[in-house]
Design a protein around this ligand. Sequence first.
Ligand SMILES: C[S@@+](CC[C@H](N)C(=O)[O-])C[C@H]1O[C@@H](n2cnc3c(N)ncnc32)[C@H](O)[C@@H]1O
Length: 231
Amino acid sequence: MPDSDGYKPMMSPERARSLRRWHDVAYENLRASLPTRISLLGLDLYVTEDVFAPSHGGGFQEAVVAEVKPTDRVLDMGTGSGVNAILAAAVSSDVVAVDVNPKAVDCAIANADRNGVSSRITFFQSDVFEAVDGAFDLIVFDPPFRWFAPRDLLEVSTADENYRALTKFMREAKDHLRTGGRILLNFGTSGDIDFLHTLVDAAGFRKEIFPYGQSTRDGLTVDYCTLRLSL
Ligand SMILES: C[S@@+](CC[C@H](N)C(=O)[O-])C[C@H]1O[C@@H](n2cnc3c(N)ncnc32)[C@H](O)[C@@H]1O
């Protein structure tokens, strides 16, 4: 398994510089959009300051809805506004949702209440799996895509220095999966997707890749996909 201490971007220095500019614009746009109210796949979400507002055209959320079964015990890693946990809770009554950002946990609790699924989700703060006990049939994670050092709490949603959290997630996920368990991961080429593939392969997961969208800004095109991982 690659080590996040020794992380080096698996792309040209020119692409890495372009992604730094992409990231800074995306961060400013996200900051300027908050607080916001979002209607998404029938949910009414209020997203507070310092919490990630879901976007990417809903492709990942649709994949979550299609994947969850009523019998699944589900973990939503990095829940943010709670969007994926709340969608999962429409199907499963056993959902756990965690985030390292305490403001995200509060925001997600309020959104679960607003959408009538509070009794089906347990929320708490956790740095990756640190406070998470037990195993799950389905783990969903829309991680920070970039490897830069976050400058504040909001930026923790899009920047994971040297992919410490992503590396830890891929190293420990197996221990939190039940037999036959699956992981749904969201990722885009505005992050180092080649590095993600090395993590997934080193952890020994089978992977299926479902592209769902693309966006272009300042001459840079980014592709988004859902990765479905199983053992
Ligand atoms: C891209 S946002 C996704 C939020 C939400 N799941 C969604 O789809 O809108 C990434 C989320 O991961 C959380 N996160 C980042 N590092 C984390 C860590 N080490 N442990 C747990 N959550 C983390 C961030 O706070 C943020 O809420």
